[in-house]
Design a protein around this ligand. Sequence first.
Ligand SMILES: C[S@@+](CC[C@H](N)C(=O)[O-])C[C@H]1O[C@@H](n2cnc3c(N)ncnc32)[C@H](O)[C@@H]1O
Length: 234
Amino acid sequence: MPSHDSSSSKGLEIQRTFNKITDYYDRMNSLMTLGRHAAWCREVAVRTKVPAGGSMLDVATGTGVIALAALKKYPDSTIYGVDFSERMLSEAASKPGASAVRWQHADANELPFGDESFDAITHGYLLRNVEDVERVLEEQYRVLKPGGRVVILETCPPRGLLRYPVTLGVRVLIPLLGQVVARDRESYAYLQKSTLGFMTPNEVVTILRRVGFASISWRKKFFGTHMIISAQKP
Ligand SMILES: C[S@@+](CC[C@H](N)C(=O)[O-])C[C@H]1O[C@@H](n2cnc3c(N)ncnc32)[C@H](O)[C@@H]1O
């Protein structure tokens, strides 16, 4: 049986990659998205519609951009940010205002929370890094309360007229920026491949439906290379 947790070889490789690029993560993200990443994280937070006094879990929180945007939007809620990279978590916890978020080490494959614990779940760029997307979404469905929303920020392969120029741009620019800014072409070559190789919005929607989610909607961003998907647990 294949192993799905962070001790699998893909899990360990991803953990190593993110531990390695922590220092450059926010700067590179901002450059690669021409400054749009922070705005998308705010949009993700808004779409969760966390009720007053509610709770939200940001899985694969990284440097905590979504969790902190959610805290700003819903200051009376309890916000958790979890990740399996210790370095990313300590970077998140060092940001201004971060002490109000509960940062915790956790693997998205096995969330250390009881059933129906959260009013909303968010994640940015998690799914393309996991071995079994369906299992990870099932785990989120489990810890979400009925009526709660999951909001997903992810990359997707560009389609249509822009497909070839955008694909070429991503192939060339991301590893180049990785080399110049982070002096780490290898890690950013991985990010470039996982960006172009991930699923289309419809493929993610099909899995969300299979898991049990309803009221699913999505919109593409940034020349069709990013998507924000939201879904509700009935
Ligand atoms: C590209 S970063 C995204 C960070 C943040 N969500 C954002 O939008 O900037 C991906 C994060 O996912 C985390 N990650 C990947 N697989 C994971 C898993 N199985 N469990 C927990 N965290 C995971 C990595 O450690 C990394 O911090």
